[in-house]
Design a protein around this ligand. Sequence first.
Ligand SMILES: Cc1cc2nc3c(=O)[nH]c(=O)nc-3n(C[C@H](O)[C@H](O)[C@H](O)COP(=O)(O)O)c2cc1C
Length: 324
Amino acid sequence: MAACGQPAGPDLSVTIAGVLFRNPVIAASGTFGYGREYAGLLDSSRLGGICTKGLTLHPRAGNAGTRIHETPAGLMNSIGLENPGIPAFIEKELPALRALGPVVIANLSGSTVEEYAEGAALLNGTAIDMIELNISCPNVKAGGMAFGLEADAAALVTGRVRGAAPDKPLMVKLSPNAPDITAVARACVKAGADALSLVNTFKALAIDTRLRRPVFDNQSAGLSGPAVRPIALRMVWELWEALRVPGASMRAVPIVGMGGIAGTEDALEFLLAAAAAVQVGSASFANPRAMTEIIDGIAAYMTEHGLTHTGELSIRESQVIQQF
Ligand SMILES: Cc1cc2nc3c(=O)[nH]c(=O)nc-3n(C[C@H](O)[C@H](O)[C@H](O)COP(=O)(O)O)c2cc1C
């Protein structure tokens, strides 16, 4: 409620797959731990949502060797899904994460379709708000990105997870490394995805010239940060349109955009491109308050432009051609 005589601020809330977020800024998977890691660094309760690190059925130690490598305007990582396993997450991390306040999104990964489905079934009975199905991690040998490169494999795992977690909204996280990301996206929507998020990291390579070998033990690693932003933005822009082709018999699901967002202008670019919300990843490492600064920046922009609700940010044709 606005104080007497003062205009109310803009309404930053967004609803994605039936889940209400207080604002469209979400901590990206793998860059915000389980929330508690940032205690004292920013007010996490102000965030729209928090995505957990990629969770697998059983605990994983992650990759050996170098795990992080800086590049000009970017970051390469090869963490490899280090996590305590879903049962330990539910018992030890979820209560405190839930208590922080923002929407809780469990990022789900696996090596086989069965492992994904078992993990989803466990998450279905918990207090998480949404599953983000990670079929786009480039840093694991089996599973991960392998499911996100090709439409049939993506549909298979999406359908199984949909069936195993019928009570949870399902967002599928796409890989920018897919030769045809539109085909993958459409297959995921047909298989039951309620929303799509993109992009995960770009497969990339660095070579240590002194040691005369690749920097990472897995050779390639995932590139994120400002270097990828214009490419990620272009993918969000094109995918939004591709899901709305007349006659495509496709649900026009919401898109959550990410890739290199570090400040308000960056986030606004994605929101103007019709992303329903954004995720912020690597930027939090350099500036832990980046996300709260972006929330304030979006509110200021909306006030400046006379916008009262986040739904008015998009510059795209708002008519949804096929929605059922
Ligand atoms: C260190 C690190 C770990 C990540 N771990 C995951 C993960 O477990 N699951 C996932 O879906 N994405 C993971 N990502 C990808 C991010 O969530 C995000 O998609 C990507 O970094 C692009 O956003 P950014 O440029 O804002 O970082 C990770 C990224 C980084 C930098």
